[in-house]
Design a protein around this ligand. Sequence first.
Ligand code: DGJ
Length: 733
Amino acid sequence: MTLPPDPDLRPPPGTPGATAGALGRVLHLRAAGVSLVVQLHTTSTPTVLHWGADLGDLSEAALADLALSGRTARANNDLDEPQPVRLLPEQAWGWNGRPGLSGHRAGTAWSTRFAPTAALVEEGDGGGRLVLDAADAEAGLALTLELELLPSGLLRHRATLTNTGAAEYEVADLAPALPVPPVATKVLDLAGRWAKERVPQRRPLTVGAHVRENRRGRTGPDAPLVLAVGTQGFGFRTGEVWATHTAFSGNHRSSVEKLSSGTTTLAAGELLLPGEVRLASGEGYRTPWVFGAWSDEGLDGIAARFHRHLRARPHHPPRPRPVVVNTWEAVYFDLDLERLLDLARAAAQVGAERYVLDDGWFRHRRSDDAGLGDWYVDEGIWPQGLHPLVDGVRALGLEFGLWVEPEMVNPDSDLVRAHPDWVLRTGGRTPLPSRQQQVLDLGNPDAYAHVLARLDAILTEYEIAYLKWDHNRDLLEAGSGPSGRAGVHAQTLAVYRLLDELRARHPGVEIESCSSGGLRVDLEILEHTDRVWGSDCLDPLERQQIQRWTTQLVPPELIGSHVGASPSHTTHRSSDLSFRAGTALFASFGVETDLTRMDPAEREELARWVALYKEVRELLHTGTLVRADDHDPSFLVHGTVAPDGGDGLFAVVQLGTPDTSVPGRVRLPGLSPQAEYEVSAQAPGDVPAVRGGKDLPWLASGVRMNGRTLAAVGVAAPALQPQQLVLLRTRRL
Ligand code: DGJ
């Protein structure tokens, strides 16, 4: 596994602000209200002295004193010379927690002491970066650590380990660590399951390690998403928080570890399976990027940094996010050209802009038992190919999108019958089936080339604007090739390559990352795709929570959310259209129900929601996310405020039955404190409020208040029934 040359690893010679030979310095990087102070030791990997609030301009002398002031007293029964934790924690420097590197060469070189050989620092107005080369000649290893402070105020780091010895070196784990100060006493991360992804869990931070391991071979419904530590009682709007995210879609591990000394570190990286990374002489292994976010404005401050970062990606969708109509919950596998065209006409009528043909269009795919891998248009259903449908949809003015699941195969497919060895497996047995499917071994160059060629052919033949790229099972016993060696690492990188190669060949095509709903949501998949599917659960009651927590990392414009049927197909819970549409509104909006059978009055109401989405999508997709800290779990308030504070849209959402008969005031935070706003109900999301609002005079007349008052005092909430919401618009006067 030799690493390809990485043009990103070193700034070209002559880059402004780049300084080599920075060893021995205390480096101070600043961006977006964050300071990162790093001491570059001459004998070990660096120490992060401060990651948090902006410290302003500090002189060399002040930085030296900052370093000195952190030196701790000698403790009884401890090292003669106290040692700070290094970016790559090592036993050689007294670290008795989880080591930054675990590995060995036939039982030797298991403990390292890396000494820097070169350091390169780039400093600019919006952050900067450090690239540190280090070596342990005794162990026969070289290490490169990259640490960056990005313009968003996020930091990210990764490590590259190279085997400079003669014999093979096996890497078990490589994860640099970031220290957090003792004021962080609480932990929050996310768990969840299929159709209920990203459920928060909180615990006190105690001595020991809180470790989240993922061995699913995909990001998973229960990935921590962010593993955050913070001050007592930190919430959406308040508290100091440090969070980490592993940008990787395969196995990964995140942990927060507090030693009995009190030192606490956040560490994260790829979780390597036994023998998965064995480096021959000269070969290297690079970790995924691990992100760190700090804020003293609670979880919303953390979310704002991630959103800013994602919105600054060069490939961030520049166009307004179109209204999608997806066929899955409308017709499932019951594909019929006339029916699909009727659906397209109904979609155009309500104002949809993109039509996505979901699962079932390819050979042998009459159900989810067969066909995956046979990426040829099924001649039985489509004697003229997809052309009549694609042309019909496009003639209606809609873009055409298509579902694929390229990483998967059904044993009942022509592909597996012809190439039974193209399936990930080990130990001479086929992994237990899941959704009747197995995983194509993309580490096999022939399998990779085949699936690339098939997708390329389809994208070449049809005017396809969008691929919904699905992935519907965990990877079990995912051994690659004849040896059956653990292959999740190679598989994950191959998927990224495949996505990139298709995007390079078909630059206009957008790709959605779907995985049994919302099971592949991470920052690295978003480097290769344009939207994530939030969840297979369209029930708005569940979706309110799923979206509330998915937006902790991903901005709303990148999260697909569709108006489904009532009752919901996953929970069988019924809900008003206004609750379903008002929930999908705060995302990348779509519809996924049989519009041809919808009551005409309801279809008209839906068209009004589509029109509202088109009116407010720029606000929602460029604005700042606001999640109020709610005192009553039966309701929640969230919204978006325009970057200039001039406009805001909030949803007051009644989830369940409140304990009190009269709803109190709800606070609307996040607006410009001094600015004066007109607050009014936003149609068509005002309907429940009108129904229950005869006693709410301010809503009928509108009210004028400044941003500070709206945040600190708020307005009387309308009396809503469970599963109703009302939209409030705040316009600056
Ligand atoms: C799982 C996805 O999450 C659904 O939206 C749908 O595309 C099905 N797969 C199709 O098999």
